[in-house]
Design a protein. Structure first.
Length: 74
């Protein structure tokens, strides 16, 4: 058994272990999106600030922030 075989065994072992404890960042990101535009249903992260939401409402829909995000800040 040479060094190449040992490396292959280690890769296989690590691949098996990583599948068991796989935590996807995508799942975490989707859970963090709780601000939703009521006009187009686009989701925004919880950390999105008011100026960005106002910009979305004005540029995409020509509406006010209150029209698109009625529950923001409540």
């Amino acid at each position: 058994m040479g060094n190449g075989a040992k490396a292959a065994q280690k890769r296989e072992r690590n691949a098996k272990n990583s599948k068991k404890e796989s935590t996807s960042q995508n799942k975490t990101n989707e859970a963090a999106k709780s601000i939703i535009c009521q006009t187009c249903r686009q989701a925004f992260f919880v950390t999105t600030r008011q100026p960005a939401l106002e910009e979305h409402a004005q540029n995409k829909h020509s509406k006010t922030m209150g029209d698109c995000f009625p529950s923001y800040g409540k």
